[in-house]
Design a protein around this ligand. Sequence first.
Ligand code: LLP
Length: 399
Amino acid sequence: MTGQFPVEQLRAIETPFYYYDMDVLRDTLHVLLHEASDSRWNVHYALKACATDEILRAIAASGVGADCVSGGEVKAALSAGFPPEQIVFAGVAKTDAEIRFALEQGILCFNVESVEELEVISQIAHSMGIVARVCLRVNPNVDAHTHAKITTGLKENKFGIPMSMLSRAVRLCYRSSNIDFMGLHFHIGSQITDMEPFVELSARVNELVSQVEQLLCENAQGQTVQAQVKHINVGGGLGILYEHPNHFPIPNFKAYFDIWRAHICLREDQHLHFELGRSLVAQCGNLMTRVLYVKKGENKQFAIVDAGMNDLIRPALYGAFHRVENLTHPDAEEQLYDIVGPICESSDVFVEGYRIAQVRRGDLLAMRSAGAYGEIMASQYNLRRLPGHVTSDSLQVKR
Ligand code: LLP
């Protein structure tokens, strides 16, 4: 089974390029919003997964908020129509200019990753005569059981404030007249398909929230106040099924949200935030490429395509799998290939020993599930042109 592609129109476009199926995106958003309908819940789209303008506009129009990790992402979110009060800004090291810009725009909050950063945000807010809203990102030491390079919640990772320093950070927030302490933020990793780590994270969240709420803190006026956690942000990480883009184009949002509903103790006056990236956009995107040569090796055959690791780096960087389909000859008899790119690096391999309908020079192939961390991670390595994209709504190439 292959996906639905307007093959004739796509064949007329110079490869490689990304093709986004906007119906898949809209269906995904529809299911997402249906499953996340609790009025205390807020979903933010993690722009780092894909910041293609048409994708951002469709997501902003659905009412979902934005999760940004750079000033550039905050700018892109605002210009795509995400309201500032639905934008959260994370990232392990924000520059002074980024902090100032986000404060000027009035975003919902910063997810602060260290006591050092908290002090800088407080100083900058003071110099601007305003109050910065802040959630503290805690490193919960929970194993996400995913690829080591996309695990973030272990104590050896660079992310977040260690649990042992959390009380101190909360006290600092209360003592500063330029910081409004909103709550806690977590993110344990990406491409998580087994829900158990989220159950484990929930237990840790409940424990830390009640620990923080027992703290008596001194405020800027010298009064003693009890710390309050109004916002809990559990990050992103929901994985998708790379092997089955046609059978499971929409992730199992129900199973994911059921976990939080069952395991997070959420009061009526508290908000629960999610920062989903991959699960919203991965299955709507495809990298389209043509076969340049079919080359016989000593004991393998190579399908050499015109897309390279600069266009889609996930296989080279994480050993990630993307299903490949032959759109020109979908019904040809299958053969085994190593599908490789033209870049001068041995790691420029998309998949090895892969069974696909026999390919010929000029055949159009689709590399599936490439909407997340695909186009956005593309580079010009080997001085190649950036791939650019078309959407199913317009079929006009944008670079
Ligand atoms: N929130 C924070 C703080 C994050 O660091 C991330 C992803 C997300 C949310 C969104 O996570 P998602 O829902 O997409 O799993 N380039 C890698 C993935 C890196 C993820 C980085 N952080 C890949 O291609 O697999």
